[in-house]
Design a protein. Structure first.
Length: 410
């Protein structure tokens, strides 16, 4: 379908990571000429990246592995505005202290997938606040604002959706596309980046930068990954409404492993291609497994994906915990564990351990017969968990077949 010669683009296409490019033939030609520089940007809205960012991080990872240099742009300036893409309301403004903490967390997340340093192909992290802090609004509008058509901006999907739903869109957010476009031109001038990566929902913002570059005689390229959804059409990376964080401070390695272990059978082949380094031939073999055998493929997916993000030792420990818990009927050492100082109502216990999102969710799960303690189903939402239920000082609390936590009696 695609006739490309560069290793990087062939890998992307083969593994299902390619969505579209502003000039695929031109980019392929550039890559065949020698190493190039590309960047991906994110706003520092949390102290960790999450699974929803993984496709772009994986793209950067392959970029570095094929001899090119990646840049992570953190929006210290644009993060104060907020990209309206995929949002229904304006983002709250954060303090400088929170921004600084989030910057460190993002670098830690990205550093799990590629190497930062001073070498020719080592990744670097830049902050767009460095070039926005000294430019005045009047200077910006005079030099760059003239190249943006309000008519075209109103047609952008992120803007159009908000307006069609009659949801408020501040002028601050409306400016986001201008700032992101300027980022592309500036990062080219400062660091030589010619490609911007992003998810499919970022296409409009990235193209704005490509178009702005043309105004100044700069050839820039847009390259996006598909917007990954699961077999039910839900945006990939959500679990019970919660983000699946990449940093262990935000999510245990066991829970990260379990996220991959519990994916829909229909998604296994796609996820093995995108989120593991397994050879394509091996992935094809695993994807042909049927019935109960598909669980073996899901275990391999969980192990390989966890190894890339958390390291091989954490992957081995998570795998061992899952085996002890689900196959041997024990309490694996890496299960999420919470101290229990005194007797605890079942509703409070489910919320405290994050097995349920709210008290109403806990009551619903109990009524559905999905809650158990030490393997015994609980049908009374007023049930009190007492210390006498502990075995070796631990009580196993389960929500459904796959979500488990341990209460450690003190």
């Amino acid at each position: 379908m695609y006739n490309v010669k560069s290793d990087f683009l062939n890998i992307l296409i083969e593994r299902g990571l390619f969505n579209q490019s502003s000039d695929l033939e031109g980019l392929d030609k550039k890559l065949c000429e020698g190493p190039q520089i590309a960047y991906w940007g994110t706003d520092p809205t949390a102290a960790s990246l999450h699974v929803g960012n993984l496709a772009s991080l994986t793209m950067l990872r392959w970029w570095q592995k094929t001899g090119n240099k990646p840049i992570v742009l953190v929006g210290g300036a644009t993060g104060r505005i907020g990209d309206p893409s995929g949002r229904s309301s304006e983002r709250p403004i954060m303090t400088d202290e929170v921004f600084a903490k989030n910057l460190e967390g993002i670098k830690k997340s990205a550093g799990k997938f590629f190497t930062f340093g001073n070498g020719s192909t080592d990744a670097i992290m830049v902050n767009n606040y460095d070039w926005f802090k000294d430019i005045t609004y009047m200077d910006f509008l005079t030099k760059y604002g003239r190249y943006f058509s309000v008519n075209e901006m109103l047609k952008r999907e992120s803007v159009k959706l908000r307006l069609d739903r009659e949801q408020p869109l501040s002028f601050l957010e409306f400016n986001y596309a201008l700032f992101q476009a300027y980022d592309f031109v500036e990062i080219n001038k400062r660091h030589g980046a010619i490609v911007q990566f992003g998810g499919g929902d970022q296409w409009g913002n990235i193209i704005s930068g490509v178009d702005l570059g043309k105004r100044f005689g700069i050839d820039l390229f847009a390259l996006t990954t598909p917007l990954l959804t699961d077999a039910n059409g839900v945006k990939f990376g959500k679990s019970m409404g919660n983000a699946i964080w990449l940093n262990e401070e935000k999510l245990s390695s066991y829970d990260y492993y379990q996220f991959w272990r519990n994916v829909d059978d229909r998604d296994v082949e796609k996820l093995l291609k995108v989120f593991t380094d397994l050879p394509i031939d091996e992935i094809s073999r695993l994807s042909k497994l049927q019935g109960s055998e598909i669980n073996e493929a899901k275990k391999i997916l969980a192990f390989e994906a966890t190894k890339l993000c958390r390291g091989e030792l954490d992957a081995q420990n998570a795998e061992k915990t899952a085996r002890e818990t689900f196959e041997n009927g024990g309490m694996g050492q890496d299960l999420p564990t919470f101290d229990m100082d005194s007797d605890l109502g079942i509703i409070d216990a489910l919320v405290t351990t994050s097995l349920c999102k709210s008290k109403s969710d806990a009551r619903r799960m109990i009524a559905a017969g999905a809650i158990s303690i030490n393997g015994e189903k609980i049908i009374d939402d007023k049930f009190i968990i007492t210390k006498s239920l502990a075995t070796d000082g631990k009580i196993l609390l389960s929500s459904g077949k796959k979500n488990k936590s341990v209460l450690k009696v003190k």
